[in-house]
Design a protein around this ligand. Structure first.
Ligand SMILES: Cc1ncc(C[n+]2csc(CCOP(=O)(O)OP(=O)(O)O)c2C)c(N)n1
Length: 545
Protein backbone atom coordinates (compact mmCIF):
# COMPACT_ATOMS: atom_id res chain seq x y z
CA UNK A 1 0.00 0.00 0.00
CA UNK A 2 1.24 3.48 -0.93
CA UNK A 3 -0.15 6.89 -0.24
CA UNK A 4 -1.49 8.66 -3.32
CA UNK A 5 1.37 11.15 -2.89
CA UNK A 6 3.90 8.30 -3.02
CA UNK A 7 2.28 6.78 -6.10
CA UNK A 8 2.50 10.15 -7.86
CA UNK A 9 6.21 10.53 -7.08
CA UNK A 10 6.99 6.91 -8.04
CA UNK A 11 5.11 7.34 -11.33
CA UNK A 12 6.96 10.55 -12.18
CA UNK A 13 10.30 8.87 -11.48
CA UNK A 14 9.26 5.90 -13.65
CA UNK A 15 8.78 8.41 -16.49
CA UNK A 16 12.31 9.76 -16.12
CA UNK A 17 11.18 12.91 -14.32
CA UNK A 18 14.04 13.64 -11.94
CA UNK A 19 13.13 17.16 -10.81
CA UNK A 20 10.02 18.94 -9.57
CA UNK A 21 9.62 22.63 -8.82
CA UNK A 22 7.47 23.84 -5.96
CA UNK A 23 6.32 26.43 -3.49
CA UNK A 24 5.01 24.49 -0.50
CA UNK A 25 1.42 24.61 0.74
CA UNK A 26 -0.47 23.00 3.57
CA UNK A 27 -2.82 21.50 1.00
CA UNK A 28 -0.28 19.03 -0.37
CA UNK A 29 1.82 18.00 2.63
CA UNK A 30 1.43 14.29 1.83
CA UNK A 31 2.84 14.85 -1.68
CA UNK A 32 5.70 16.88 -0.25
CA UNK A 33 6.34 14.11 2.27
CA UNK A 34 6.57 11.58 -0.56
CA UNK A 35 9.54 13.60 -1.86
CA UNK A 36 11.31 13.39 1.52
CA UNK A 37 14.78 11.89 1.45
CA UNK A 38 14.62 10.85 -2.21
CA UNK A 39 17.80 10.98 -4.23
CA UNK A 40 16.21 10.11 -7.59
CA UNK A 41 14.06 13.23 -7.77
CA UNK A 42 15.21 16.73 -6.94
CA UNK A 43 12.80 19.05 -5.14
CA UNK A 44 13.54 22.61 -6.21
CA UNK A 45 12.05 25.13 -3.80
CA UNK A 46 11.10 28.39 -5.49
CA UNK A 47 10.02 31.83 -4.24
CA UNK A 48 6.97 32.33 -6.44
CA UNK A 49 4.79 29.86 -8.32
CA UNK A 50 5.25 31.79 -11.59
CA UNK A 51 9.02 31.31 -11.20
CA UNK A 52 8.52 27.63 -10.40
CA UNK A 53 6.32 27.25 -13.48
CA UNK A 54 8.75 29.01 -15.82
CA UNK A 55 11.61 26.88 -14.45
CA UNK A 56 9.64 23.71 -15.13
CA UNK A 57 8.90 24.88 -18.69
CA UNK A 58 12.56 25.62 -19.41
CA UNK A 59 13.58 22.28 -17.92
CA UNK A 60 10.98 20.49 -20.05
CA UNK A 61 12.35 22.15 -23.20
CA UNK A 62 15.85 20.99 -22.28
CA UNK A 63 14.94 17.41 -21.35
CA UNK A 64 11.95 16.69 -23.59
CA UNK A 65 10.11 15.35 -20.53
CA UNK A 66 7.13 17.05 -18.87
CA UNK A 67 7.95 19.88 -16.49
CA UNK A 68 6.29 19.27 -13.13
CA UNK A 69 5.24 21.89 -10.60
CA UNK A 70 3.59 21.38 -7.20
CA UNK A 71 1.63 24.31 -5.81
CA UNK A 72 -0.89 25.04 -3.14
CA UNK A 73 -4.57 25.66 -3.83
CA UNK A 74 -6.15 29.06 -4.52
CA UNK A 75 -3.33 31.62 -4.26
CA UNK A 76 -0.60 29.18 -5.27
CA UNK A 77 -2.53 27.92 -8.28
CA UNK A 78 -3.37 31.51 -9.29
CA UNK A 79 0.31 32.47 -9.23
CA UNK A 80 1.13 29.45 -11.39
CA UNK A 81 -1.48 30.29 -14.04
CA UNK A 82 1.02 32.16 -16.25
CA UNK A 83 3.00 28.94 -16.70
CA UNK A 84 -0.12 27.04 -17.78
CA UNK A 85 -0.79 29.68 -20.41
CA UNK A 86 2.84 29.71 -21.55
CA UNK A 87 2.92 25.90 -21.78
CA UNK A 88 -0.14 26.05 -24.01
CA UNK A 89 1.20 28.79 -26.28
CA UNK A 90 4.71 27.34 -26.39
CA UNK A 91 3.56 23.72 -26.86
CA UNK A 92 5.56 22.43 -23.87
CA UNK A 93 4.63 19.30 -21.86
CA UNK A 94 3.73 20.51 -18.38
CA UNK A 95 1.97 19.04 -15.35
CA UNK A 96 0.64 21.29 -12.60
CA UNK A 97 -0.15 19.41 -9.40
CA UNK A 98 -2.38 21.46 -7.10
CA UNK A 99 -3.16 20.60 -3.49
CA UNK A 100 -6.94 20.96 -3.25
CA UNK A 101 -9.31 21.45 -0.29
CA UNK A 102 -10.42 18.16 1.36
CA UNK A 103 -12.73 16.10 -0.83
CA UNK A 104 -15.72 16.65 1.46
CA UNK A 105 -15.37 20.45 1.09
CA UNK A 106 -15.21 20.53 -2.71
CA UNK A 107 -17.72 22.90 -4.41
CA UNK A 108 -18.69 24.40 -1.05
CA UNK A 109 -16.70 27.63 -1.56
CA UNK A 110 -14.22 26.40 1.03
CA UNK A 111 -11.20 28.44 2.11
CA UNK A 112 -8.92 28.98 -0.94
CA UNK A 113 -11.06 26.68 -3.07
CA UNK A 114 -11.11 27.06 -6.85
CA UNK A 115 -12.90 24.95 -9.42
CA UNK A 116 -9.86 24.30 -11.63
CA UNK A 117 -11.90 22.82 -14.42
CA UNK A 118 -13.47 26.23 -14.90
CA UNK A 119 -10.31 28.21 -14.15
CA UNK A 120 -8.05 26.37 -16.57
CA UNK A 121 -10.68 24.83 -18.85
CA UNK A 122 -9.89 27.01 -21.85
CA UNK A 123 -6.11 26.96 -21.41
CA UNK A 124 -5.02 23.49 -20.29
CA UNK A 125 -5.19 20.44 -22.55
CA UNK A 126 -6.83 18.55 -19.70
CA UNK A 127 -7.92 19.30 -16.12
CA UNK A 128 -8.59 16.52 -13.61
CA UNK A 129 -9.68 16.41 -9.98
CA UNK A 130 -8.99 13.17 -8.12
CA UNK A 131 -11.73 12.77 -5.55
CA UNK A 132 -11.41 8.97 -5.40
CA UNK A 133 -7.91 7.79 -4.26
CA UNK A 134 -8.26 4.56 -6.25
CA UNK A 135 -8.37 6.56 -9.50
CA UNK A 136 -4.93 8.14 -9.18
CA UNK A 137 -3.22 5.67 -11.56
CA UNK A 138 -5.64 6.23 -14.43
CA UNK A 139 -5.44 9.99 -13.89
CA UNK A 140 -1.64 9.97 -14.04
CA UNK A 141 -1.59 7.72 -17.09
CA UNK A 142 -3.86 10.06 -18.98
CA UNK A 143 -2.11 13.20 -17.71
CA UNK A 144 1.31 12.02 -18.89
CA UNK A 145 -0.12 10.98 -22.24
CA UNK A 146 -2.10 14.15 -22.87
CA UNK A 147 0.79 16.43 -21.83
CA UNK A 148 3.23 14.80 -24.25
CA UNK A 149 1.19 13.54 -27.23
CA UNK A 150 0.64 15.47 -30.45
CA UNK A 151 1.16 19.14 -29.68
CA UNK A 152 2.47 18.96 -26.10
CA UNK A 153 0.85 21.21 -23.51
CA UNK A 154 -0.34 21.75 -19.97
CA UNK A 155 -2.31 19.35 -17.79
CA UNK A 156 -3.67 20.36 -14.39
CA UNK A 157 -4.44 17.86 -11.62
CA UNK A 158 -6.25 18.99 -8.45
CA UNK A 159 -5.48 16.69 -5.54
CA UNK A 160 -7.55 17.07 -2.35
CA UNK A 161 -5.27 16.99 0.69
CA UNK A 162 -6.99 13.95 2.24
CA UNK A 163 -6.83 12.06 -1.08
CA UNK A 164 -3.06 12.67 -1.23
CA UNK A 165 -2.64 11.10 2.21
CA UNK A 166 -4.95 8.12 1.56
CA UNK A 167 -3.36 4.68 1.19
CA UNK A 168 -4.26 2.68 -1.88
CA UNK A 169 -3.17 -0.63 -3.38
CA UNK A 170 -1.55 -0.58 -6.79
CA UNK A 171 1.63 -0.01 -8.72
CA UNK A 172 3.12 3.25 -9.99
CA UNK A 173 2.26 4.07 -13.61
CA UNK A 174 4.95 2.91 -16.03
CA UNK A 175 5.64 4.62 -19.38
CA UNK A 176 3.47 3.40 -22.22
CA UNK A 177 4.37 3.13 -25.88
CA UNK A 178 4.70 6.45 -27.70
CA UNK A 179 2.00 7.09 -30.28
CA UNK A 180 3.50 6.65 -33.73
CA UNK A 181 1.79 7.36 -37.00
CA UNK A 182 3.43 6.74 -40.36
CA UNK A 183 3.00 8.92 -43.47
CA UNK A 184 0.83 7.52 -46.25
CA UNK A 185 3.01 6.03 -49.07
CA UNK A 186 1.13 8.05 -51.70
CA UNK A 187 1.75 11.31 -49.83
CA UNK A 188 5.43 10.45 -49.52
CA UNK A 189 5.72 9.85 -53.25
CA UNK A 190 3.99 13.17 -54.01
CA UNK A 191 6.19 15.09 -51.59
CA UNK A 192 9.34 13.52 -53.03
CA UNK A 193 8.23 14.57 -56.49
CA UNK A 194 7.48 18.13 -55.35
CA UNK A 195 10.76 18.58 -53.50
CA UNK A 196 12.88 17.10 -56.27
CA UNK A 197 11.30 19.11 -59.06
CA UNK A 198 10.65 22.49 -57.41
CA UNK A 199 12.48 25.64 -58.45
CA UNK A 200 11.56 27.60 -55.32
CA UNK A 201 10.86 25.19 -52.44
CA UNK A 202 10.84 26.37 -48.83
CA UNK A 203 10.78 24.55 -45.50
CA UNK A 204 9.23 26.20 -42.44
CA UNK A 205 10.61 24.30 -39.44
CA UNK A 206 9.14 24.43 -35.95
CA UNK A 207 8.93 23.18 -32.42
CA UNK A 208 8.35 19.48 -33.05
CA UNK A 209 11.97 19.32 -34.20
CA UNK A 210 13.08 20.45 -30.76
CA UNK A 211 12.99 16.80 -29.64
CA UNK A 212 16.28 14.87 -29.31
CA UNK A 213 17.68 14.17 -32.77
CA UNK A 214 15.33 16.64 -34.44
CA UNK A 215 17.93 19.28 -35.24
CA UNK A 216 20.32 16.72 -36.69
CA UNK A 217 17.55 15.20 -38.81
CA UNK A 218 16.51 18.64 -40.08
CA UNK A 219 20.03 19.60 -41.09
CA UNK A 220 20.75 16.30 -42.83
CA UNK A 221 17.43 16.58 -44.69
CA UNK A 222 17.71 20.13 -46.02
CA UNK A 223 21.36 19.62 -46.97
CA UNK A 224 20.63 16.36 -48.80
CA UNK A 225 17.63 17.82 -50.66
CA UNK A 226 19.11 21.32 -51.02
CA UNK A 227 16.14 23.06 -49.42
CA UNK A 228 16.23 26.57 -47.94
CA UNK A 229 14.39 27.01 -44.67
CA UNK A 230 12.90 29.54 -42.30
CA UNK A 231 12.15 28.75 -38.64
CA UNK A 232 8.94 29.48 -36.77
CA UNK A 233 8.61 32.19 -34.09
CA UNK A 234 11.59 32.18 -31.66
CA UNK A 235 12.96 28.82 -32.81
CA UNK A 236 16.27 30.18 -34.17
CA UNK A 237 18.24 27.44 -32.40
CA UNK A 238 16.86 24.70 -34.67
CA UNK A 239 19.43 25.31 -37.41
CA UNK A 240 22.77 27.13 -37.86
CA UNK A 241 21.84 30.70 -38.74
CA UNK A 242 25.04 31.28 -40.75
CA UNK A 243 24.29 28.28 -43.01
CA UNK A 244 23.64 29.07 -46.69
CA UNK A 245 20.21 27.38 -46.46
CA UNK A 246 19.05 29.44 -43.45
CA UNK A 247 16.68 32.13 -44.70
CA UNK A 248 15.56 33.63 -41.37
CA UNK A 249 12.66 33.38 -38.96
CA UNK A 250 8.99 34.16 -38.85
CA UNK A 251 9.00 37.01 -36.33
CA UNK A 252 6.68 39.64 -34.93
CA UNK A 253 6.74 41.52 -38.20
CA UNK A 254 8.92 40.38 -41.08
CA UNK A 255 9.97 43.07 -43.58
CA UNK A 256 7.77 43.33 -46.65
CA UNK A 257 10.78 42.73 -48.94
CA UNK A 258 11.30 39.34 -47.31
CA UNK A 259 7.61 38.46 -47.33
CA UNK A 260 7.42 39.25 -51.04
CA UNK A 261 10.14 36.66 -51.58
CA UNK A 262 8.58 34.07 -49.28
CA UNK A 263 5.28 34.40 -51.13
CA UNK A 264 7.03 33.14 -54.26
CA UNK A 265 7.93 29.85 -52.54
CA UNK A 266 6.40 26.70 -54.00
CA UNK A 267 5.92 24.24 -52.41
CA UNK A 268 5.94 25.30 -48.76
CA UNK A 269 6.76 22.37 -46.49
CA UNK A 270 5.72 23.17 -42.92
CA UNK A 271 7.70 20.76 -40.81
CA UNK A 272 6.63 20.41 -37.18
CA UNK A 273 5.40 23.99 -36.85
CA UNK A 274 1.99 25.42 -36.15
CA UNK A 275 0.83 28.03 -38.62
CA UNK A 276 -0.15 30.19 -35.68
CA UNK A 277 -0.70 33.94 -35.37
CA UNK A 278 2.89 35.20 -35.41
CA UNK A 279 4.49 32.45 -37.49
CA UNK A 280 1.87 33.08 -40.17
CA UNK A 281 2.25 36.89 -39.87
CA UNK A 282 -1.28 37.36 -38.57
CA UNK A 283 -2.70 34.60 -40.80
CA UNK A 284 -1.44 36.33 -43.93
CA UNK A 285 1.34 33.90 -44.87
CA UNK A 286 0.46 31.74 -46.58
CA UNK A 287 -2.76 33.17 -47.96
CA UNK A 288 -5.92 32.33 -45.98
CA UNK A 289 -7.60 29.90 -46.53
CA UNK A 290 -6.28 28.66 -49.88
CA UNK A 291 -2.48 29.17 -49.97
CA UNK A 292 -0.93 30.67 -53.09
CA UNK A 293 1.54 27.75 -53.24
CA UNK A 294 1.31 24.00 -52.78
CA UNK A 295 1.26 23.48 -49.01
CA UNK A 296 2.47 20.34 -47.25
CA UNK A 297 1.84 20.49 -43.51
CA UNK A 298 3.56 17.88 -41.35
CA UNK A 299 2.89 17.86 -37.61
CA UNK A 300 2.54 15.15 -34.98
CA UNK A 301 -0.82 16.62 -33.99
CA UNK A 302 -3.60 16.30 -36.61
CA UNK A 303 -5.48 18.98 -34.65
CA UNK A 304 -3.18 21.75 -35.88
CA UNK A 305 -3.20 20.80 -39.57
CA UNK A 306 -5.75 22.39 -41.84
CA UNK A 307 -7.21 24.56 -39.08
CA UNK A 308 -6.50 27.87 -40.85
CA UNK A 309 -4.88 27.01 -44.15
CA UNK A 310 -5.96 24.30 -46.56
CA UNK A 311 -3.08 21.85 -47.00
CA UNK A 312 -2.52 19.90 -50.20
CA UNK A 313 -0.65 17.29 -48.21
CA UNK A 314 -1.74 16.87 -44.59
CA UNK A 315 0.60 14.48 -42.84
CA UNK A 316 0.12 13.77 -39.14
CA UNK A 317 3.43 12.31 -37.96
CA UNK A 318 6.65 13.24 -36.22
CA UNK A 319 8.66 15.35 -38.72
CA UNK A 320 11.80 13.34 -37.95
CA UNK A 321 9.95 10.19 -39.04
CA UNK A 322 8.82 11.90 -42.23
CA UNK A 323 12.40 12.91 -43.00
CA UNK A 324 13.51 9.34 -42.48
CA UNK A 325 10.70 7.98 -44.63
CA UNK A 326 11.47 10.41 -47.49
CA UNK A 327 14.92 8.86 -47.81
CA UNK A 328 17.62 10.12 -50.16
CA UNK A 329 16.78 12.64 -52.91
CA UNK A 330 16.99 11.72 -56.59
CA UNK A 331 20.30 12.52 -58.24
CA UNK A 332 19.21 15.23 -60.67
CA UNK A 333 19.14 18.75 -59.24
CA UNK A 334 17.46 21.89 -60.50
CA UNK A 335 20.18 24.49 -61.12
CA UNK A 336 17.61 27.35 -60.87
CA UNK A 337 17.26 26.55 -57.22
CA UNK A 338 20.65 28.05 -56.42
CA UNK A 339 19.53 31.50 -57.48
CA UNK A 340 16.47 31.13 -55.22
CA UNK A 341 18.57 30.04 -52.24
CA UNK A 342 20.98 32.94 -52.82
CA UNK A 343 18.12 35.45 -52.99
CA UNK A 344 16.67 34.22 -49.68
CA UNK A 345 20.07 34.20 -48.00
CA UNK A 346 20.94 37.69 -49.19
CA UNK A 347 17.66 38.98 -47.72
CA UNK A 348 18.31 37.21 -44.41
CA UNK A 349 21.83 38.68 -44.27
CA UNK A 350 20.47 42.14 -44.98
CA UNK A 351 17.96 41.81 -42.12
CA UNK A 352 20.59 40.44 -39.70
CA UNK A 353 23.13 43.19 -40.42
CA UNK A 354 23.82 45.20 -37.25
CA UNK A 355 22.62 48.78 -37.44
CA UNK A 356 24.35 51.89 -36.19
CA UNK A 357 22.60 54.33 -33.87
CA UNK A 358 23.08 58.03 -33.35
CA UNK A 359 21.90 58.33 -29.73
CA UNK A 360 23.39 59.83 -26.57
CA UNK A 361 21.00 58.54 -23.89
CA UNK A 362 22.71 55.20 -23.29
CA UNK A 363 23.98 52.11 -25.06
CA UNK A 364 21.75 50.74 -27.84
CA UNK A 365 20.94 47.22 -26.61
CA UNK A 366 21.42 45.94 -30.13
CA UNK A 367 25.17 46.64 -29.75
CA UNK A 368 25.18 44.50 -26.59
CA UNK A 369 23.42 41.65 -28.39
CA UNK A 370 25.72 41.91 -31.37
CA UNK A 371 28.82 41.73 -29.17
CA UNK A 372 27.40 38.90 -27.03
CA UNK A 373 26.53 37.06 -30.24
CA UNK A 374 30.13 37.25 -31.41
CA UNK A 375 31.35 35.84 -28.09
CA UNK A 376 28.64 33.24 -27.55
CA UNK A 377 30.22 29.97 -26.36
CA UNK A 378 29.55 27.06 -28.73
CA UNK A 379 27.33 25.25 -26.21
CA UNK A 380 25.68 28.32 -24.63
CA UNK A 381 22.08 28.32 -23.45
CA UNK A 382 20.55 31.77 -23.92
CA UNK A 383 17.34 32.64 -22.12
CA UNK A 384 15.43 35.75 -23.13
CA UNK A 385 12.66 37.55 -21.30
CA UNK A 386 9.90 39.48 -23.08
CA UNK A 387 10.61 43.09 -24.00
CA UNK A 388 11.89 45.31 -26.74
CA UNK A 389 15.50 44.60 -25.72
CA UNK A 390 14.96 41.06 -27.04
CA UNK A 391 14.14 42.08 -30.63
CA UNK A 392 17.77 42.15 -31.84
CA UNK A 393 18.42 38.73 -30.26
CA UNK A 394 16.15 37.12 -32.83
CA UNK A 395 17.64 39.13 -35.70
CA UNK A 396 21.38 39.36 -35.15
CA UNK A 397 22.42 36.65 -32.68
CA UNK A 398 23.78 33.84 -34.87
CA UNK A 399 22.54 30.67 -33.13
CA UNK A 400 23.89 27.26 -34.07
CA UNK A 401 23.05 23.93 -32.45
CA UNK A 402 23.93 22.76 -29.84
CA UNK A 403 23.43 26.35 -28.63
CA UNK A 404 19.94 26.76 -27.23
CA UNK A 405 17.52 29.67 -27.23
CA UNK A 406 14.85 29.59 -24.54
CA UNK A 407 12.42 32.43 -25.07
CA UNK A 408 8.69 32.45 -24.31
CA UNK A 409 6.62 32.02 -27.46
CA UNK A 410 3.75 33.41 -25.37
CA UNK A 411 5.66 36.65 -24.79
CA UNK A 412 5.33 36.25 -21.02
CA UNK A 413 7.49 38.63 -19.01
CA UNK A 414 9.32 37.03 -16.08
CA UNK A 415 10.41 33.94 -18.00
CA UNK A 416 14.09 34.82 -18.53
CA UNK A 417 15.56 34.56 -15.02
CA UNK A 418 13.74 31.38 -13.87
CA UNK A 419 14.53 29.75 -17.23
CA UNK A 420 18.22 30.56 -16.78
CA UNK A 421 18.20 29.14 -13.24
CA UNK A 422 16.56 25.94 -14.49
CA UNK A 423 19.07 25.71 -17.36
CA UNK A 424 22.02 26.16 -15.00
CA UNK A 425 20.58 23.45 -12.73
CA UNK A 426 20.08 21.05 -15.65
CA UNK A 427 23.38 21.82 -17.39
CA UNK A 428 25.93 23.11 -14.88
CA UNK A 429 28.63 22.33 -17.46
CA UNK A 430 27.20 24.75 -20.05
CA UNK A 431 27.42 28.55 -20.08
CA UNK A 432 23.99 30.09 -19.38
CA UNK A 433 23.25 33.67 -20.37
CA UNK A 434 20.05 35.49 -19.49
CA UNK A 435 18.97 38.64 -21.30
CA UNK A 436 16.31 40.56 -19.42
CA UNK A 437 14.81 44.03 -19.10
CA UNK A 438 14.43 46.03 -15.91
CA UNK A 439 10.67 45.39 -16.10
CA UNK A 440 10.88 41.61 -16.48
CA UNK A 441 13.70 41.24 -13.95
CA UNK A 442 11.63 42.66 -11.12
CA UNK A 443 8.79 40.24 -11.88
CA UNK A 444 10.63 36.98 -11.09
CA UNK A 445 14.25 37.95 -10.42
CA UNK A 446 13.85 36.60 -6.88
CA UNK A 447 14.46 33.12 -8.27
CA UNK A 448 18.16 34.01 -8.44
CA UNK A 449 18.15 32.99 -4.76
CA UNK A 450 18.62 29.42 -6.01
CA UNK A 451 22.03 30.29 -7.49
CA UNK A 452 23.55 30.65 -4.04
CA UNK A 453 21.69 27.68 -2.61
CA UNK A 454 22.80 25.36 -5.43
CA UNK A 455 26.11 26.99 -6.35
CA UNK A 456 24.95 27.80 -9.90
CA UNK A 457 26.84 29.95 -12.40
CA UNK A 458 25.30 32.17 -15.04
CA UNK A 459 25.54 35.55 -16.66
CA UNK A 460 22.67 38.01 -16.46
CA UNK A 461 22.70 40.93 -18.88
CA UNK A 462 20.03 43.42 -17.85
CA UNK A 463 18.86 46.21 -20.10
CA UNK A 464 18.13 49.18 -17.85
CA UNK A 465 16.19 51.76 -19.81
CA UNK A 466 13.91 52.68 -16.89
CA UNK A 467 10.89 51.95 -19.00
CA UNK A 468 8.44 49.29 -20.06
CA UNK A 469 9.84 50.18 -23.44
CA UNK A 470 8.01 47.58 -25.48
CA UNK A 471 4.77 49.27 -24.51
CA UNK A 472 6.23 52.77 -24.61
CA UNK A 473 7.20 52.24 -28.27
CA UNK A 474 3.59 51.46 -29.14
CA UNK A 475 2.31 54.25 -26.91
CA UNK A 476 4.45 56.71 -28.88
CA UNK A 477 3.04 55.34 -32.13
CA UNK A 478 -0.60 55.62 -31.08
CA UNK A 479 -0.51 58.44 -28.48
CA UNK A 480 2.64 60.48 -29.28
CA UNK A 481 4.04 62.36 -26.29
CA UNK A 482 1.38 61.08 -23.86
CA UNK A 483 3.60 58.95 -21.60
CA UNK A 484 1.59 57.25 -18.90
CA UNK A 485 2.16 53.94 -17.14
CA UNK A 486 5.39 53.08 -18.94
CA UNK A 487 8.13 54.94 -16.98
CA UNK A 488 10.00 53.03 -14.29
CA UNK A 489 11.89 54.21 -11.22
CA UNK A 490 14.27 51.41 -10.40
CA UNK A 491 15.84 50.29 -7.16
CA UNK A 492 19.62 50.21 -7.12
CA UNK A 493 20.16 47.02 -9.10
CA UNK A 494 23.88 46.56 -8.43
CA UNK A 495 23.67 45.85 -4.66
CA UNK A 496 20.60 43.77 -5.40
CA UNK A 497 22.66 41.57 -7.72
CA UNK A 498 25.42 41.32 -5.12
CA UNK A 499 22.87 40.30 -2.48
CA UNK A 500 22.06 37.30 -4.67
CA UNK A 501 25.76 36.40 -4.81
CA UNK A 502 26.60 37.87 -8.22
CA UNK A 503 29.54 40.06 -9.17
CA UNK A 504 28.02 43.24 -10.55
CA UNK A 505 29.23 45.37 -13.44
CA UNK A 506 27.61 48.49 -14.82
CA UNK A 507 28.07 49.52 -18.43
CA UNK A 508 27.24 53.17 -19.07
CA UNK A 509 28.70 53.86 -22.48
CA UNK A 510 29.45 51.99 -25.68
CA UNK A 511 33.17 52.31 -24.95
CA UNK A 512 32.71 50.22 -21.78
CA UNK A 513 31.07 47.42 -23.75
CA UNK A 514 34.35 45.61 -24.42
CA UNK A 515 34.37 44.29 -20.81
CA UNK A 516 31.38 42.15 -21.73
CA UNK A 517 33.50 39.80 -23.86
CA UNK A 518 35.76 39.11 -20.92
CA UNK A 519 32.80 38.56 -18.58
CA UNK A 520 31.22 36.09 -20.99
CA UNK A 521 34.48 34.17 -21.25
CA UNK A 522 34.98 33.65 -17.51
CA UNK A 523 33.28 31.22 -15.16
CA UNK A 524 31.09 32.27 -12.25
CA UNK A 525 28.10 34.46 -11.54
CA UNK A 526 28.05 37.85 -13.21
CA UNK A 527 25.30 40.43 -13.35
CA UNK A 528 25.80 43.13 -15.95
CA UNK A 529 23.55 46.18 -15.90
CA UNK A 530 23.64 48.04 -19.19
CA UNK A 531 22.34 51.59 -19.15
CA UNK A 532 20.35 51.23 -22.33
CA UNK A 533 19.26 53.88 -24.78
CA UNK A 534 15.51 54.31 -24.94
CA UNK A 535 15.76 56.63 -27.91
CA UNK A 536 17.33 53.84 -29.98
CA UNK A 537 14.04 51.93 -29.91
CA UNK A 538 11.46 54.73 -29.89
CA UNK A 539 9.93 55.84 -33.18
CA UNK A 540 11.51 59.07 -34.39
CA UNK A 541 9.07 61.89 -33.85
CA UNK A 542 8.89 64.55 -36.50
CA UNK A 543 8.84 68.09 -35.16
CA UNK A 544 5.30 69.45 -34.88
CA UNK A 545 4.09 72.64 -36.61
C1 LIG B 1 3.47 39.07 -17.61
C2 LIG B 1 3.37 40.14 -18.63
N1 LIG B 1 2.86 41.34 -18.30
C3 LIG B 1 2.78 42.32 -19.22
C4 LIG B 1 3.21 42.13 -20.49
C5 LIG B 1 3.12 43.26 -21.52
N2 LIG B 1 4.51 43.67 -21.82
C6 LIG B 1 5.19 43.16 -22.88
S1 LIG B 1 6.74 43.74 -22.98
C7 LIG B 1 6.51 44.76 -21.66
C8 LIG B 1 7.59 45.68 -21.18
C9 LIG B 1 8.88 44.98 -20.87
O1 LIG B 1 9.70 45.86 -20.19
P1 LIG B 1 11.20 45.53 -19.89
O2 LIG B 1 11.34 44.19 -19.28
O3 LIG B 1 11.77 46.65 -19.11
O4 LIG B 1 11.87 45.45 -21.33
P2 LIG B 1 11.92 46.62 -22.44
O5 LIG B 1 10.69 46.46 -23.27
O6 LIG B 1 11.98 47.92 -21.73
O7 LIG B 1 13.14 46.33 -23.23
C10 LIG B 1 5.23 44.61 -21.13
C11 LIG B 1 4.74 45.35 -19.94
C12 LIG B 1 3.69 40.84 -20.81
N3 LIG B 1 4.10 40.52 -22.04
N4 LIG B 1 3.79 39.88 -19.86
Amino acid sequence: MHTVGELIVESLVAHGIDRVFCVPGESYLALLDALYGRTDIDTVVCRHEAGAGFMALADARLTGRPGVVCVSRGPGASNAAIAVHTAQQDGVPFILLIGQVPAESIRRDAFQEIDYGRMFGGVAKWVAEVTEPGRIAETLLRALQVATAGLPGPVVIALPEDVLAARVPGEPVRPQAPVRAAPHPGDLATLREWLAGAERPLVLAGSSLERPGGREALRAFVEAWDLPLVVSFRRQDLFPNAHRLYAGDMGLSNPESQMALLRRADPLLVLGARLSDITSQGWSYPRLVRPEMRLAHVHPDPGVIGTHFAADLAIACDPSHLIQALGAPPRSRRPERHAWIDLLKAEQRRIAAPRSFDVDDGVPFESVVELAGRHLPADAIVTVDAGTFGAPVYRVMPFAPPQRLLAPISGAMGFGIPAAVAAALRHPERPVICLVGDGGFLMTGNELALCRERGLSMKVILSENRSYASIRVQQEQHYPGRVVGTDLTNPDLDPMARAFGFASTRIRTASELASLAEILARAGRDFVVVETSLRAVLPTRTAGP
